[in-house]
Design a protein around this ligand. Structure first.
Ligand SMILES: O=C(CO)COP(=O)(O)O
Ligand SMILES: O=C[C@H](O)COP(=O)(O)O
Ligand SMILES: [Zn+2]
Ligand SMILES: [Zn+2]
Length: 331
């Protein structure tokens, strides 16, 4: 039996995006796969009074099970009330790649889906996206499409190099598909290894600074579809402190450089109204777990390392909402 998102207390992204574009901030889209990640996201968003998009990838769906996920989302809407502030929650499919997976999510309580047809030729992308939009809109579900390909790994697909979004395509794509938001490629990429040190320069403090995002492409896109909600994937900043902690306690993560927060702030102030962050959370969790494991080798109660991991995640998400995305206080 199909379950509509409204029965779970969720909202779609329509109104949140309109406010975010007008207000010059971005809604956080944080990926989750388990209980601790969900708790951290919700606690952080309630404390900062930020709307939130809970993102689930195909891999996360396989990992967590559709029935459990649906009930976790329902639990999320009740949990935030218990925490004392009812922030709006969107349950979003991240990188859906077929009509079938989008339909399955829509029928299982998701309030928003991404159909990522960007790996197909343009006309096929239009056709696939339009098919998803037609089904989704019948159920009040909002749809994110994508033009341009990000480098990095997404759901087991590895793109060696990015292909920037072609501004001359966006107007036609948005008109013909009816999508509610558009993910673009302007130099971000998925994963922790976005840039090699060789691609970066060192600033006065010795910090590696990667080449800037292609803001000129974003500006050109905004000119062609003014006020239309734009989404930025691959927006982890890869904090050096987490890399250092991971490596200090037995890990081996070399040469990981992400998107500087300054650039994300600039993007959030524009028509970019959804910023996707997953890798930073993975790093914060892993750093906390490695530290506990190394300092307490006799520990075998998962709560003793997942608890600190959850706390570290919460600190990270509060920082993003307060200082990077500008979403704090907007719920
Ligand atoms: O875009 C993402 C999820 O769709 C996540 O990007 P990061 O790997 O930079 O966190
Ligand atoms: O786009 C990629 C997201 O970070 C999700 O990653 P995943 O497919 O490993 O769950
Ligand atoms: Zn893609
Ligand atoms: Zn992504």
């Amino acid at each position: 039996m199909a379950v509509n998102y409204k029965e779970l207390g969720l909202v779609n992204s329509k109104e949140l995006f309109a406010k975010a574009v007008a207000g010059g901030y971005a809604i956080p889209a944080y990926n989750f796969n388990n209980l601790e990640q969900l708790q951290a996201i919700l606690q952080a968003c309630v404390e900062t009074k930020s709307p939130v998009i809970l993102q689930v990838s195909s891999g996360a769906r396989k990992y967590a099970n559709a029935t459990l996920l649906r009930n976790m989302a329902k639990g999320a809407t009740e949990y935030v009330k218990e925490l004392g502030y009812e922030v709006p929650i969107v349950l979003h499919l991240d990188h859906g790649d077929t009509f079938e997976i989008c339909k399955e999510c829509i029928d299982n309580g998701f309030s928003s889906v991404m159909i990522d047809g960007s790996h197909h030729p343009y006309e096929k992308n239009v056709e696939l996206t339009k098919q998803v939009v037609e089904y989704a809109h019948k159920h009040g579900v909002t749809v994110e499409g994508e033009l341009g390909v990000l480098a990095g790994v997404e759901d087991d697909v590895v793109a060696e190099e990015s292909t920037y979004t072609r501004p001359e395509e966006v107007e036609d794509f948005v008109k013909r598909t009816g999508v509610d938001s558009l993910a673009i490629s302007i130099g971000t990429s998925h994963g922790a290894h976005k840039f090699t040190p060789a691609q970066c320069t060192k600033n006065a403090d010795g910090v590696l600074v990667p080449p800037p995002l292609k803001f000129e492409i974003l500006e050109e896109i905004e000119k062609r579809i003014p006020g239309f909600p734009i989404v930025l994937h691959g927006s982890s900043s890869v904090p050096a402190e987490h890399i250092e902690t991971i490596n200090k306690y037995g890990g081996k993560l070399d040469a990981a450089v992400g998107i500087p927060e300054e650039q994300l702030r600039k993007a959030a102030a524009s028509a970019v109204c959804k910023i996707n962050i997953d890798s930073d959370g993975r790093l914060a969790m892993t750093a906390a777990i490695r530290k506990v494991m190394a300092e307490n080798p006799g520990e075998f109660d998962p709560r003793k390392y997942l608890g600190p991991a959850r706390d570290a995640l919460k600190v990270l998400y509060m920082h993003k909402n307060n200082n990077v995305l500008g979403s704090a206080g907007k719920a």
